[in-house]
Design a protein around this ligand. Structure first.
Ligand SMILES: Cc1cc2nc3c(=O)[nH]c(=O)nc-3n(C[C@H](O)[C@H](O)[C@H](O)COP(=O)(O)O)c2cc1C
Length: 230
């Protein structure tokens, strides 16, 4: 078994340059990782630069048809989804740059999730399991969410925690990527719209924490045997 790991970096900010805090954080994370583990593989998926088409009626019909019964048009319709899922399967660590837009995740990232959450590939569904019919197929991966928000106080217990439709939504979907809740790590810049001392301190803290998190995860993944999907 190879000891090399694979990192899947996903960027979702509509700002395509370094004005984007989340892009800067994903870059810091991956550069820190590569400095420590230069032989690891890096996959990049930029859902803002290369938008993922939303799923539609044909996509759903194809996804819910058994593979052996799909027409060639149906199989073709799932090609991008297959490629995105293959990237997730290959990944040991998924690092996402996720700005908060209107209290949730960017539509571009939601489009990616909709293509990746697929019956028979990332989850199975069986009513014989009673009230919990969905079971993830993948496991053992780590998710790093590098976020930025214009306002502040979105963490649990904060004054805007009840408005945070971003972190709970990603956590709810994380099992589709083979990530357990305890394996989600979040770093967030806050106060971006205030441009005051709190903002500058928040940026500095996030930019300090991100390389440290990369080093911690690189060390812990190097020593732990990975659970791979069947
Ligand atoms: C379209 C849009 C919607 C936004 N909505 C919110 C919001 O609901 N709450 C918030 O705190 N900040 C909001 N912001 C501020 C962004 O979260 C902030 O600018 C962040 O730094 C963007 O990430 P980026 O720097 O990686 O581009 C919004 C910004 C944009 C452009």
């Amino acid at each position: 078994m190879t000891t090399h790991k694979t990192i899947l970096r996903i960027d979702a900010s509509a700002q395509l340059d370094e004005r984007s805090h989340t892009r800067k954080l994903t870059r810091l994370f991956t550069e820190s990782w590569t400095a420590l583990r230069p032989l690891d593989r890096m996959i990049r998926r930029d859902v803002a630069r290369e938008p993922i088409p939303p799923i539609d009626s044909d996509w759903i019909a194809a996804a819910f048809t058994a593979p052996e019964e799909r027409t060639s048009a149906m199989a073709e319709r799932l090609t991008l989804s297959d490629r995105l899922i293959d990237e997730v399967i290959a990944a040991d660590v998924i690092v996402m740059g996720v700005p908060m837009y209107n209290y949730g995740m960017p539509a571009a990232l939601k489009g990616w999730i909709d293509q990746v959450a697929r019956i028979g590939r990332t989850f199975s569904f069986d009513l014989a399991r009673g009230d919990v019919p969905i079971e993830p197929i993948l496991s053992g991966k780590t998710l790093v969410v590098l976020s930025a928000r214009g306002e502040f106080g979105f963490a649990p217990g904060g004054p805007r925690a009840h408005m945070n439709a971003l972190d709970p939504a990603i956590a709810a979907c994380a099992h589709y990527f083979g990530v357990a809740r305890s394996d989600i790590h979040t770093v967030a810049v806050e106060y971006q719209e205030f441009k005051d001392g709190r903002y500058h301190r928040s940026v500095a803290a996030a930019e300090r924490r991100t390389p440290v998190l990369a080093a911690e995860l690189a060390a812990s993944l190097a020593s732990a045997p990975l659970r791979r999907a069947a």
